[in-house]
Design a protein around this ligand. Structure first.
Ligand code: SF4
Length: 143
């Protein structure tokens, strides 16, 4: 029989819930759902968590019109607009974050794609981050 206790144990046994079971959970009251989620979190993650952070390395001015996005030039928000940050600035922020215990650092940029020059600039930043900061992982991504 499907109930919250059964589904909690199913997840703790590393089984995967079905679409019907997910829909059942969706209709449950929030408090018992949170208790089950916390039980699962404690079982799999204990009290430990990792810190990760991003830098917005290029902001705004995107000609696309994704309605949710403040980086679009069509957006009416007052989001900052600036070109790709220098490698030095991206590296300095990585080092600062690492000194504060952050384990993962992602570089995000606005727009559909980067120019060859921007990619070269980012590659240089990533090379320096790997060399100077010892970050285990750096994730460049176009936002
Ligand atoms: S930055 Fe990306 S998500 Fe935002 S408007 Fe441009 S293409 Fe769309």
């Amino acid at each position: 029989m499907m109930n919250l206790e059964y589904l909690t144990e199913k997840v703790l046994d590393r089984d995967v819930i079905t679409k019907e079971e997910a829909l059942f959970l969706y209709s449950r009251p929030l408090e018992p759902l949170c208790k089950s989620a916390d039980k699962i979190r404690r079982y799999f993650c204990s009290e430990q968590f990792d810190l990760c952070t991003i830098i917005n390395a290029k902001s705004g001015g995107c000609p696309e019109n994704c309605r949710f996005c403040t980086q679009s030039s069509h957006s009416r928000t007052q989001a900052e607009c600036y070109p790709l940050l220098s490698a030095e600035r991206i590296v300095a922020q990585a080092k600062k974050n690492q000194e504060q215990g952050v384990l993962r650092y992602s570089i995000v940029t606005s727009g559909k794609c980067l120019s060859d020059r921007e990619i070269d600039q980012l590659c240089e930043a990533i090379r320096q981050i790997k060399k100077k900061s010892g970050f285990p992982s750096v994730f460049p991504s176009v936002f």
